[in-house]
Design a protein around this ligand. Structure first.
Ligand code: GLN
Ligand code: ZN
Length: 762
């Protein structure tokens, strides 16, 4: 009999109960007992869902107050030593301090979990870490689940992935130098799990999906040779990409089972089937844990049936990865129409899909025919739906040629024309787009959404804001202005709401970090722009000033990256469709007299595949999509782009290939170090390295910015250098913003004088 399980379930709650309980606890409004109660209730509910759906085990260990990586550290006794906490006595307040910082300590660093939008807390590796035991929370949860009569499978982040994902803070030559101590810590935990009557431990080693160097690869065999003898049965899980290069390695590990992600790594199965040991569990991830589409159960069964014939009891069925990355329950979607809803599957529904697959394999196929037929019918309507296919879009895309993705003239020609037209001073000053999203703006939007104020009334309030933003920028003496984006709640949602093919959930929250969630839109059909999206705003803003007003758009790659994307065509195709819609918007802006247009791509780097060998393919279509959106304009029209969350060094040729006339990037936090790469690479076009960090409430001083700009002049020619903040200003208040920008403008003035002096001296 095949078994079913999930690699993890979202902990935040169908109504974000955990978020609200945590925030209330942090604010001091509720006590720890109340928070504990919410946690217990969520775990109880999620285990019951798994058991009722027909999972053979419930997964224990996927719950965390903030982050599962931090939980692992606290369990092992390896939280950052600079906090000086005793992990064995760690309180919830201490745990929160690690995650969120305190008066005495800055918070642990956070970074993206592989290519997901989940952020984990980065372990801090120092030689004084003991790994000699910590909190008992996991063991308490096991007792809790057992008391509810569940069969328990525990999930743990594996030792090598844990080590790999941390950062050396001091005193270590290599992360693997810590391995002996880490292993002793894991042995202790695994022994206790065995004593607690746990049958299976799912041990996650997602780093196997990366391109690992030899030192890491070679560490697997000895690591698991030490762990397996003292552990319950180990199911080693891989996910997020294929791991076929490690087939021999995984075959020889002394583990009781291995999990493969067949959604991301569809072709990898053969590499494992050849000489897979007779007694080894093979867990197959066939249900997509990274997307929200209803599964094709017939296709899954086709894959699974021969495996079941061969492996019998040893075949397990699961989602490709933890369900942490999808929303909790489709049942709470009230806004979506029935047809769209019938195409989707959230975490709760995915458990049902797993159970159906299991029952089909285990001889119950007749009993579940009605469910299978319903699934088939939903898929069929999706495939044929007129809402998905737009002949006009498809025809246009088919007609796209390289010429559409190339500006008519080279950068040198263009920039000459642009300078002749705009006559900007040296080191022009600008901002990234948004200005403070004040409480007033948010109130007006909420009132409009509730129907309390009418459309024109709302527009007028936003226009008032635009007037203020323009007038402030003129008073500050900025050279290239923006309208401030008051009308945008979110840079993707704003555009998605105006495009065919995009839809929004009411409650499709996915945990991003700690108590924070995002509600990504989803793209179900060919993307089509029925009418202009931003022209009215930009045109109005331009009418208020003689200075150039930048039009402001979100780029195709970011529109894709921050959404759930349809799975019935390549991502590249969807990106190019979005690019065509944006191209129309760009052309309309130009026609309306907007001569500078910024196409933001903050998520450009995020889209990179996990394996560098797959990068060129992604970068090729991503660059093409950007260029398709931008390249239709005249030479005089200046295309800007903006990127943050930088680290561009390894993809600079592609960033240059985007051929934006001006790029503004985040650099101030790294003290302009990122810029060195642009200098070494001799980045050809204009560039605005952020001169101050907008994430900090600290007002930047003129001297700070002069220092950074002087550094920038060392690597970027004067004629190519712009002056701007790191990112949009929407999270800052007006007082900070005014002061910061006044200082920035002054720094630019001083720089101009300095440059004149330098010339005279030379
Ligand atoms: N134009 C956007 C803004 O200023 C860019 C945001 C971003 O880079 N994330 O807010
Ligand atoms: Zn930014």
């Amino acid at each position: 009999m095949a078994r079913a399980h999930t690699l993890g379930f979202p902990r935040i709650g169908a109504h974000r109960e955990l978020k609200f309980a945590l925030e209330s606890f942090w604010s001091g409004a509720t006590d720890e007992a109340t928070l504990q109660e919410t946690g217990r209730a969520l775990r109880t509910r999620h285990w019951a869902l798994q058991a009722q759906a027909g999972m053979d085990y419930v997964t224990v260990g996927d719950f965390a107050w903030y982050d599962q990586v931090l939980n692992t550290l606290a369990l092992l006794g390896a939280t950052p030593t600079r906090f000086r906490f005793d992990c064995k006595q760690l309180s919830l307040a201490d745990y929160s301090a690690l995650a969120r910082g305190s008066n005495a300590h800055f918070a642990m660093e956070m970074t993206k979990w592989f290519d997901t939008n989940y952020h984990y807390l980065v372990p801090e590796w120092t030689p004084d870490l003991a790994f000699d035991g910590g909190i008992d929370w996991l063991f308490d949860e096991i007792v809790e689940a057992q008391a509810q009569t569940h069969r328990v499978k525990v999930v743990l982040l594996g030792p090598l992935s844990l080590l790999y994902l941390g950062k050396i803070k001091s005193g270590l030559a290599h992360k693997l130098d810590l391995l002996p101590r880490v292993l002793a810590g894991y042995q202790r935990v695994l022994k206790r799990l065995q004593a607690a009557g746990v049958e299976w431990v799912q041990i996650d080693e997602p780093i196997l999906a990366l391109e690992l160097d030899e030192a890491w690869r070679d560490a697997f065999a000895p690591t698991y040779a030490e762990l397996a003898p003292v552990a319950p049965s180990l199911l080693l899980t891989t996910y997020f990409d294929e791991v076929s290069t490690h087939a021999a390695l995984l075959r020889d590990l002394p583990v009781a089972g291995v999990h493969l992600d067949l959604v991301r790594g569809a072709g990898q199965l053969d590499a494992f089937l050849a000489d897979w040991p007779q007694d080894r569990v093979l867990s197959i991830g066939v249900i997509d844990g990274r997307n929200i589409w209803r599964a094709n159960l017939d296709a899954a069964l086709e894959t699974l049936a021969p495996l079941h014939a061969r492996f019998g009891d040893l075949l397990w069925i699961g989602p490709s990865c933890s369900l942490l990355h999808v929303p909790v329950d489709l049942a709470h979607e009230t806004k979506l129409d029935d047809e769209l809803k019938s195409w989707l599957s959230f975490a709760t529904q995915k458990l049902d899909e797993l159970a159906l697959l299991k029952r089909a394999l285990n001889g119950e196929i007749d009993a579940i025919q009605p469910q299978l037929a319903a699934a088939r019918a939903a898929l069929e309507t999706r495939r044929n739906s007129p809402r998905i296919h737009n002949g006009f879009v498809q025809k246009r895309l088919a007609e796209v040629t390289d010429a559409h993705t190339r500006r008519a003239a080279s950068f040198d020609t263009r920039i000459g024309r642009q300078q002749a037209k705009w006559k900007l001073p040296a080191f022009p000053t600008t901002t990234i787009g948004s200005f403070p999203q004040t409480a007033e703006i948010r109130r007006a939007r909420a009132a409009y959404k509730r129907g309390e104020i009418g459309h024109l009334d709302y527009l007028e309030r936003m226009r008032t804001e635009v007037r203020l933003v323009v007038q402030q920028q003129e008073a500050l003496g900025l050279d290239v202005l923006v309208h401030g984006e008051p009308e945008r709640n979110d840079m993707v949602e704003y555009f998605g709401e105006q495009l065919w093919g995009y839809a929004f959930t009411a409650n499709g929250w996915v945990q991003s970090y700690g108590s924070r969630c995002v509600k990504p839109p989803f793209i179900y059909g060919d993307v089509y722009r029925p009418e202009a999206m931003t022209v009215g705003w930009s045109q109005y803003a331009q009418s208020l000033t003689e200075k150039p007003m930048k039009g402001m758009l979100t780029g195709p790659v970011t529109m894709l990256q921050w959404s759930f994307v349809r799975d019935d065509q390549p991502r590249a195709t969807t990106a190019l469709q979005i690019a065509l819609a944006l191209r129309d918007e760009v052309m309309d802006l130009e026609k309306a007299g907007i001569g500078m247009i910024q196409i933001d791509e903050p998520a450009f780097r995020e889209g990179l595949p996990l394996k560098p060998r797959d990068w060129p393919q992604y970068l090729d279509w991503a660059v093409r999509a950007f260029k398709l959106s931008a390249a239709g304009v005249a030479d005089e029209t200046q295309i800007h782009t903006h990127m943050c969350y930088s680290e561009f060094n390894d993809i600079l040729p592609w960033i240059a290939a985007m051929d934006a006339d001006v790029i503004t990037i985040e650099t101030s936090r790294s003290d302009m170090e990122l810029l060195d790469a642009f200098g070494r690479f001799a980045y050809p076009n204009d560039i605005g390295p952020g001169v101050y960090d907008i994430h900090s409430p600290r007002v930047p001083q003129v001297a700070d910015m002069m220092r950074l700009l002087t550094k920038a002049r060392g690597v970027i020619p004067d004629a190519r250098l712009w002056v701007n903040p790191d990112c949009g200003l929407k999270t800052r208040n007006w007082a900070e913003t005014r002061e910061a920008l006044a200082n920035m403008v002054l720094a630019a003035h001083l720089l101009r004088q300095q440059a004149v002096l330098d010339q005279q001296v030379a």
